[in-house]
Unconditional design. Sequence first.
Length: 223
Amino acid sequence: MELKIKDLIGLFNVTEKVILKWIKEKNLPSYKIDNEYFFNKPEINEWILKNNIAVSDKILDFKLTNIPVSLSNLIKKGGIFYNVMGNNPKELITNSINLINTPSNLSKEEIIYSLLQREDLMSTGIGKGIAIPHSRNPIIADIENECVALCFSENPIDYDAIDKIPVHSLFFVLSANPKRHLEILSKIVFLCQQEQFVFILDKKPTKESILDFIEKKESEWKK
């Protein structure tokens, strides 16, 4: 177990009392050994995503794999697309995937089916007009084929997000293994908690502007 309560206090910027409450009421994954709680990084990452919990920049220390995750490079591979048509999540996901630079050894139909299966379980709308469509389990065989794509919808649509704000920006995640999957998702979630980035997305800026912002943030994260 890599984490203790003090680590989660720093991660969430809450008190120990809140952490203990989450363990009891929100099923925060934990292990009690000799009257002390311990936590597993991948499980905590997954819990954060499922419950849409705000986190501090400590989340960036959750390096789950030896090969660094670069959002800007992944987005360069997947692409940025504007004015994608769709009146509901299914149509928007389908039309987006048909535009995205997906791996040649994986059919568009397989990817769409996997993403829609995940949406049937729970909406991937994280609030503030943003969704992160992703499969329940990684579907890419090779890390070299991983990608993230950003798609802007022609019109905001109801995505059953927690805050009920219609979605206009979607980050599609195609990852290679469970640990990288969670690390990519957690970095996108953290980025989308930054008010400046949310403001930028709302304006649908140029591809260059988006990538420049993310690259600068990633450079800051490394310091």
